[in-house]
Design a protein around this ligand. Structure first.
Ligand SMILES: *Cc1c(COP(=O)(O)O)cnc(C)c1O
Length: 371
């Protein structure tokens, strides 16, 4: 089956007892077992697994081409779970344009967990190779990245990672399972904040990991069961609902973002546009090879400083000033303000999550705000 069909039909079996076409939402925390705790129906307790969550995990695994998937209460919980599988004394290498709260997690938790970390520019494979240590267990790349939209060569990084005996994690949140399939390019674990495009309507939080190897899946399952960051049945149900229209939405998000990026790039009031779909983007050739579309996220630099940039943000009428991304509504955010002390975002950078409105309305809104 093709991706669009998988998105609609994966784990969409009609409910055998009622014929319901939409999947049932099972809220039960506990399931009947035998007198000596023998499993009868395949389920025991909600923290381990539940039927609604299993449907979502099955669909995500099929979309990413993985052996299995695990869903979490948030994208952060999914990412933390990977680090919680590591022994003290392990070393992790992160890509440099990294989601801000992973940067905060490195600073606030990894030292106490005795996990060493390095942050490198993974667009330079030699720099990545140079950072490898005997105890390097995980290489963690985010592509396209937040907020600079850097594109990493997943296949090349996977080769370097495996040569060093480590596992590769790719945070593919911006790309979604529709535009990029990191497992097929050599990654061992794919991470998504499903709060974003997978949910798609700014109304549900979640995260997931999709993996290729049984051994990694088992370790992650153990961590999730004991540390408890599992997705709730309702959130699982909502994200599964979002997945059904994901390929369709990503087409429109990508087309709209391409139109907005081109309009911004043509404006003399804009210093630079970061969108992998622009031929001028340094990662364009890699993106064209490893992605099926360029997605709905872009950032741009206003010609001017912090003040001029905040003025643009205060003048938009259709765009909402809000964090997060991947919903139907277009959002704008001054990342230097929202990221705080650890931010490396330029003061004149605005990040856009391009929604499903008509692109001409979005472009007109940006042009009047810039004028
Ligand atoms: C939002 C986001 C996360 C964190 O996900 P939450 O669901 O907010 O915990 C991780 N990585 C990227 C790229 C994100 O955009």
């Amino acid at each position: 089956m093709r991706l669009e069909t998988i998105a609609v039909r994966a784990c969409a079996e009609v409910d055998p007892t009622t014929g319901a076409v939409a999947p049932p939402l099972y809220l039960s925390t506990t399931f009947e077992h035998g007198p000596a705790s023998q499993a009868i129906h395949g389920f025991m307790y909600i923290r381990e697994k539940n039927p609604t969550q299993l449907r979502l995990e099955g669909a995500l695994a099929q979309l990413e081409g993985g052996l299995g998937a695990l869903v979490y209460s948030s994208g952060m919980a999914a990412g933390a779970a990977v680090l919680q599988t590591l022994e003290p004394g392990s070393h992790v290498i992160f890509s440099d344009d990294l989601y801000i709260d992973f940067r905060n997690l490195i600073r606030d938790f990894l030292p106490a967990w005795r996990i060493e970390s390095s942050v490198v520019n993974m667009q330079d494979i030699q720099e990545l190779k140079g950072a490898m240590r005997a105890n390097t267990k995980v290489v963690w790349g985010e592509t396209p990245s937040n907020p600079l939209m850097k594109v990493l060569d997943i296949a090349a990084i996977a080769t370097a990672t495996h040569d060093a005996g480590a596992h590769l994690v790719i945070d593919s949140t911006f790309a979604t399972p529709v535009l990029q399939r990191p497992l097929s390019l050599g990654a061992d674990i794919v991470l998504h904040s499903t709060t974003k495009y997978c949910g798609g309507h700014s109304d549900v939080q979640g995260g997931c990991l999709v993996v290729k190897k049984r051994e990694i899946l088992d370790k992650l399952f153990h961590v999730r069961e004991l540390l408890g960051a599992v997705a709730s049945p309702f959130n699982s149900w909502m994200i599964l609902r979002g997945l059904r229209s994901l390929p369709c939405r990503m087409e429109r998000h990508s087309a709209n973002a391409a139109a907005v990026a081109a309009a911004l790039a043509a404006s003399p009031l804009v210093e630079a546009v970061y969108y992998p779909g622009l031929a001028s983007h340094p990662g364009h050739d890699i993106a064209r090879r490893q992605m099926k579309g360029y997605g709905g996220m872009l950032s741009f630099l206003v010609r001017g400083g912090r003040e001029e940039t905040l003025r643009v943000a205060s003048r938009v009428k259709i765009f909402l000033n809000a964090t997060s991304l991947g919903g139907v509504e277009s959002l704008m955010e001054h990342r230097a303000s929202s990221e705080g002390k650890m931010s490396k975002a330029p003061q004149n950078l605005l990040r856009l999550s391009i929604g499903l409105e008509h692109p001409d309305d979005l472009i007109e809104d940006l042009m009047q705000a810039l004028a």
